[in-house]
Design a protein around this ligand. Structure first.
Ligand SMILES: [Zn+2]
Length: 463
C-alpha cells in the first residue's frame, strides 16, 4: 500500500500489478506482489515523469523517462519497441505480461540494473539529444533487456532461491554478464542502431582492444574472477585491471569467440543463439532449478562439437590467450593492430603512457596505471599528483593529452607522491589502434559464414 499526495505526484510507474486501475486516483495505491522476491525486484517511480506504453507479444510495455530537462520520449519509445521485437524474435515471444523500461537521464549518470519485469537504465542527458549520442544508451537498453531471459530466468543454479543474508558465489558470471555483454552490441547491430562497419569497429575497439589493455587477463581466469566477484569486481581497487579480468569484458569476448567457433564448426548451420534457445527450453521445463555449468557445456557440445566445447572450457578456466586473428579468418575478417598515426597535419599521433588521470579540485591525479606500461616503468603510481610535463604546468587530463602528443619523448614528468616532489623520465610509446576489416575478396565459404554471423533479417513487426 502506498500513501502519498497524488495531486503532487500524479504519475506512478512500476512492474507490479495495480490491484485496481491507477486511473481511479484513490489513496492508498494498492499494488500486488506474490512474494517478497517479486516486491524487492520491482522498483517503483512516483513523480511527474513522462510515460509511453505499447503492446507487444500480448504484453504491456511502458517506457518511463525521468529527466530534469524535457527529452523526446516518443523517439525513445520507438527504439524500445525495436529492441523488444529484435530480442523476442530470438526466443519466439516474451515471458511476462508487463515490462517497464525505466530511463533516468541526469548529469553524468551511467549504468543499469536488470529485473524480471523491468530494467533501470541510466544515462547522461546528452545521450538523448541526438541519435548518434544515444548509441551507448541503446546498447545498455539491449543489455538490460536481454537479462529478461539470461539471468532473471536462465540463471546459474546458485542464484536461487535468493539468500539475502550472505554473499552468493558463482563461477558462472561469464554466462550471466559475459554472454549478455556480447549480445548487447550484437542486438544493437541487429536492431539497426549500428551499421556493420560500426559494429566491427565497436568489437575491435571496445571488446578486443579494451581487453588487450587489461594486464589482469594474464593473472586470473574469467571463472575465478567471477567466483571472486564479491572481493574483486564489486570491491574495485585502483590496481584491479592489473590483477583480474572483468567477467563482463573477457566473458563477452569469449562469448563472441564461441559464437564464431560454433558457426565455423557447423558451416554456419548453428550458432550461440541455438545454445541460448536450448537453455531457454531447459528453463521452461523446470523454472525453479537454474542451470549448472555442465548443462551449458553440454548444450554447446550438442549444438556444435566436442572440440568447440573443450576449447571454450580452456578459455574460461585459464589465462590462455585466444587467437583473435585465427578465429576471424574463416569469416574473411582481418584483425589489425597498428600504431595510431597522425589524424591530420594539425593533430599529431597520440602517445600512450598507460595511466588514467582525473581532475580533483584543481589537482591532476593518477587513478590507475597499467602494469608494464611506460608510466609503470617510470615508477608513477596511483594517487600521485601530476604537476608538469616537459616543464609545462598541466592541470586537466585534456591538457596532459594535448601536450603529450606534442612534446619530445622521452620527457620529464614532474609529480608528487605523499607530498614529496619527484621527476620521472618517461618514454611514451605510440598508442595502439585496433581494426576489424572485411577482406576485399573473400572465398565463397568466408562470405557465407560472414553473412550468417552478421545476419540481420528484416525486423518482425510487433504482434
Ligand atoms: Zn548485466
Amino acid at each position: 500500500l502506498l500513501y502519498y499526495d497524488r495531486s503532487l505526484w500524479p504519475t506512478l510507474t512500476t512492474a507490479l500489478s495495480p490491484v485496481e486501475p491507477l486511473e481511479t486516483g484513490g489513496v492508498p495505491v494498492v499494488l500486488g506482489a506474490l512474494n517478497y522476491d517479486i516486491l524487492a525486484d520491482s522498483p517503483t517511480e512516483i513523480g511527474t515523469h513522462q510515460v509511453r506504453t505499447f503492446q507487444a507479444y500480448g504484453a504491456r510495455h511502458e517506457v518511463a523517462l525521468v529527466s530534469p530537462v524535457p527529452l523526446d520520449i516518443e523517439w525513445l519509445s520507438e527504439q524500445c519497441k525495436t529492441i523488444v521485437a529484435t530480442e523476442a524474435a530470438m526466443f519466439g515471444g516474451v515471458p511476462y505480461d508487463r515490462y517497464v523500461f525505466f530511463v533516468y537521464a541526469g548529469s553524468n549518470l551511467t549504468g543499469g540494473l536488470e529485473h524480471a519485469r523491468c530494467s533501470v537504465n541510466m544515462c547522461d542527458v546528452r545521450a538523448l539529444t541526438s541519435p548518434t549520442k544515444a548509441k551507448s544508451l541503446l546498447a545498455l537498453l539491449c543489455h538490460e533487456y536481454f537479462h529478461v531471459w539470461n539471468v532473471k530466468r536462465i540463471r546459474p543454479r546458485e542464484y536461487g532461491p535468493f539468500d539475502y543474508t550472505r554473499e552468493v558465489h558463482s563461477p558462472m558470471l561469464w554466462l550471466a554478464e559475459g554472454v549478455t555483454s556480447y549480445y548487447d552490441d550484437l542486438f544493437a547491430y541487429r536492431a539497426g542502431f549500428y551499421t556493420a562497419e560500426e559494429y566491427l569497429q565497436i568489437l575491435a575497439r571496445d571488446h578486443f582492444g579494451k581487453l588487450l589493455h587489461v594486464p589482469g587477463r594474464r593473472a586470473m581466469s574469467v571463472r575465478e574472477s567471477s567466483y571472486l566477484a564479491w572481493v574483486k569486481l564489486y570491491a574495485q581497487s585502483p590496481d584491479g585491471q592489473n590483477r583480474f579480468p572483468s567477467y563482463y569484458l573477457k566473458g563477452g569476448v569469449l562469448a563472441l569467440l564461441l559464437d564464431l567457433a560454433i558457426l565455423h564448426a557447423t558451416d554456419g548451420a548453428r550458432r550461440l543463439d541455438d545454445v541460448m534457445r536450448m537453455l531457454w527450453e531447459t528453463y521452461q521445463r523446470r523454472p525453479y532449478q537454474g542451470v549448472d555449468e555442465e548443462e551449458v557445456f553440454e548444450a554447446i557440445e550438442e549444438v556444435s562439437t566436442r572440440a568447440v566445447r573443450e576449447q571454450f572450457m580452456r578459455w574460461l578456466d585459464s589465462t590462455e590467450e585466444p587467437d583473435i586473428a585465427r578465429s576471424l579468418e574463416p569469416f574473411g575478417i582481418e584483425w589489425i593492430v597498428r600504431d595510431a598515426g597522425a589524424q591530420s597535419p594539425l593533430e599529431p599521433a597520440s602517445r600512450w603512457l598507460g595511466m588514467q588521470l582525473r581532475s580533483d579540485g584543481g589537482r591532476l591525479v593518477v587513478t590507475s596505471v597499467e602494469e608494464g606500461s611506460p608510466a609503470w616503468q617510470a615508477g608513477i603510481a596511483v594517487d600521485d599528483e601530476i604537476i608538469a610535463l616537459a616543464d609545462r604546468r598541466v592541470v586537466t587530463p585534456e591538457e596532459f593529452e594535448l601536450l603529450s602528443s606534442r612534446v619530445q619523448w622521452p620527457a620529464a614528468v614532474t609529480a608528487a607522491c605523499d607530498g614529496i616532489l619527484y621527476t620521472a623520465t618517461v618514454e611514451a610509446s605510440s598508442a595502439d589502434e585496433f581494426e576489424l576489416r572485411a577482406v576485399a575478396l573473400p572465398t565463397e565459404r568466408q562470405r557465407t559464414l560472414r553473412e550468417r554471423w552478421l545476419e540481420r533479417s528484416l525486423l518482425p513487426s510487433l504482434p
